[in-house]
Ligand binder design. Structure first.
Ligand code: GLN
Length: 619
């Protein structure tokens, strides 16, 4: 590309004029290929001959809904044969695939678009040549009668994300001169592919070809094809993934007519051209491209449009068959509770059980899209290692799951259930419909749990391990001050003295004990029950059980940095910080002991936090 390099004299002050690389590339394509003056504007439809051969627009729509536009992307022109894939897809969903597939073939014909020839079964070769497209219009006409054109126009509008009009002049011009297409129409009736009024069907076809689009529309329509039928700008699922994938199939084999083989060999992106000068290219899971330039080559394909597609494919190596993927990137962390436990404080006997059985809870944190290859890779990481009692798959960083990925994951979960391994899934965003197939395929499995947060999942699995080994997690039991880690090493008298400074408080389940932002004036020793510490944004920092202190950060900070709420009925000894400080001053030896205990607790917390960070960065 001649004009791709940014001008060397750009200064830092020109930052506002900086372009994202793809826009710069499309600009370069536009300026390079605008000089290309080969080919001729179509004139066999007289009205098309009026197009301005200088018009040139390129638009590219991404699957996150961004639309790049360069040049004449707002000039309307007729869609012509680019309507064919959409009407084929519409027919598949409207009449059912079986019906459509029994009447229209899917083999490339190797013939020009307007060839008057049917296959050995007397059916059109495929829906991309005129014979197949007219048959598709006939199918819609069979289903919708006089409403056929309107039905098509509405559907194409959903692909474009806006209402599309019809160019009546181009329509009238094609209808007046369309005898070749009439010949095809009558041939189709002769072979009973068209069963009703041929001329009505042809009018639908001529009108559908005269629907007005811009390069921008075409890019969005292509992106919808590339996105399994979901318009990336409006978010609407326009047609079924089945119809879309089959449409892309015939675009791949026949979209560029008697240039189709060469096209897919060289460019490797499913595409469709129209004699109005448009080219639509849809690279599955990547992008949609729309270009407009009315000069055509001998196959009826836009000369500049072809150049743009070739350049895009070559420059970014986008050929759809030239792909690879490293499935190993999907595991971001793989550990057990010995390396990183839940944020619940554990009593000594619980700690002992969990330490002895830390191999029994394995956590695998996944990231990205769960595809066939990714889930297969993950499944193989389970084999060849000691069998845990619990496997937690944390999916909060998983952006999407393919059907193949969901199928393999469901099969893996079933397999684990057979071996009595409980599978816990955390972090699925409930709103996405993508998880539905997985939900359906794992229905009825008893060894499967689902938690919103990973920490809840780990805590639950730890609890099960404690129970299985005869431990109890009794939160109603009253603990003495002597069991408080912060007060370890104090004598009975010293503890009694300290207790006399405070007041025993009780809280109801759900009650707020500490509020973030308020001045820190006291510290609490939890005697019974469970509380949790939560940041204002909802993230749970810790679950605290009897025998632990909370609010102790008030010794260092003037204001509360988190909320503390009671999980169940709670009793706690609240000691005003003022009195606690005075006690420390009056009893320097005890004060020092308490501060040393606190340093130890904070160090443990830091070690746990570092272990967590480490797990995520060393994988
Ligand atoms: N309406 C045009 C025709 O039937 C469409 C052809 C095309 O775009 N290739 O001739």
């Amino acid at each position: 590309m001649n004009s791709l390099r940014p001008a060397p004299h750009h200064k830092a002050e020109d930052w506002a004029s900086a372009k994202v690389p793809l826009l710069r590339f499309l600009n370069a394509c536009h300026s390079d290929f605008a000089a290309e003056n080969g080919g001729n504007v179509a004139s066999y439809i007289p009205e098309l001959g009026k197009a301005d051969p200088a018009h040139f627009g390129i638009s590219l729509a991404t699957l996150d809904g961004h639309v790049y536009e360069v040049g004449d992307t707002k000039i309307p022109f007729t869609i012509q044969s680019m309507s064919k894939p959409f009407v084929f897809a519409l027919a598949l969903d409207t009449l059912g695939a079986a019906q459509v597939e029994s009447e229209i073939g899917v083999e490339p014909s190797g013939d020009p678009f307007n060839s008057i020839r049917l296959n050995a079964d007397n059916h059109p070769f495929n829906p991309m040549v005129n014979a197949g497209a007219i048959a598709c219009s006939g199918l819609i006409h069979r289903a919708k009668g006089d409403g056929a054109l309107e039905y098509i126009r509405q559907a194409l509008g959903r692909f474009a994300g806006r209402e599309l009009g019809v160019d009546e002049a181009v329509y009238a011009s094609e209808s007046a001169t369309g005898d070749r297409n009439r010949a095809i129409g009558y041939l189709l009736r002769n072979s009973t592919v068209i069963k009703d009024d041929v001329s009505a069907v042809l009018e639908v076809y001529f009108r559908q070809c005269s629907i007005l689009v811009t390069a921008r529309d075409i890019a969005i329509m292509a992106a919808t094809l590339a996105n399994r039928g979901v318009n990336p700008v409006t978010g609407e699922q326009v047609l079924t993934p089945y119809a879309i994938s089959r449409t892309l199939s015939v675009m791949t084999s026949s979209g560029m007519y008697d240039y189709a083989g060469e096209w897919i060999y060289r460019v490797g992106i499913p595409a469709k051209s129209g004699v109005g000068g448009g080219i639509l290219a849809a690279l599955p899971a990547r992008l949609g491209l729309g270009s407009y330039s009315p000069r055509l080559d001998s196959h009826g394909n836009s000369v500049r449009g072809i150049k743009v597609c070739e350049a895009l494919s070559l420059h970014y190596d986008l050929h759809m068959l030239n792909r690879s993927d490293d499935a190993r990137n999907s595991i971001i962390a793989d550990y057990n509770i010995g390396k990183s436990a839940s944020r619940r404080s554990r009593r000594p006997h619980e700690q002992k059980i969990l330490a002895a059985h830390h191999h029994d809870v394995r956590i695998i944190e996944l990231v990205g899209t769960l595809t066939f290859a990714n889930v297969d890779y993950v499944s193989r990481q389970l084999a060849g290692r000691p069998r845990p009692q619990f496997i937690i798959f944390d999916l909060r960083r998983v952006a999407a799951i393919t059907r193949a990925g969901a199928r393999l994951l469901a099969e893996g979960i079933r397999e684990l259930a057979v071996f009595n391994v409980t599978v816990v899934i955390s972090g699925i965003k409930r709103s996405t419909t993508e998880w539905e197939p997985l939900g359906e395929w794992v229905k009825g499995i008893s060894n499967l749990r689902n938690w919103q947060s990973l920490d809840d999942a780990i805590e639950w699995a730890e609890d099960q391990i404690v129970y299985r080994h005869g431990g109890t997690i009794d939160s109603t039991e009253i603990t003495e001050l002597s069991e408080q880690a912060l007060l370890a090493g104090l004598t009975a008298d010293e503890l009694t003295h300290l207790a006399s400074l405070g007041t025993v408080r009780t809280y109801q389940p759900g009650q707020r004990i500490i509020t973030a932002g308020e001045p820190a004036t006291s510290l609490f020793f939890l005697r019974s029950g469970v509380v949790h510490v939560k940041l204002p944004d909802g993230i749970r920092l810790a679950t605290i059980t009897a025998g632990m202190a909370f609010g102790e950060m008030g010794l260092f900070e003037t204001h509360r940095s988190a909320d503390v709420l009671a999980d169940n009925a709670v009793t706690a000894l609240e000691i005003p910080l003022r009195d606690f400080q005075r006690f420390r001053e009056e009893h320097p030896r005890i004060g020092e002991r308490i501060m040393r205990n606190l340093a130890q607790l904070l160090a443990n917390r830091l070690i746990a936090a570092n272990a967590r960070v480490n797990l995520l960065t060393t994988n």
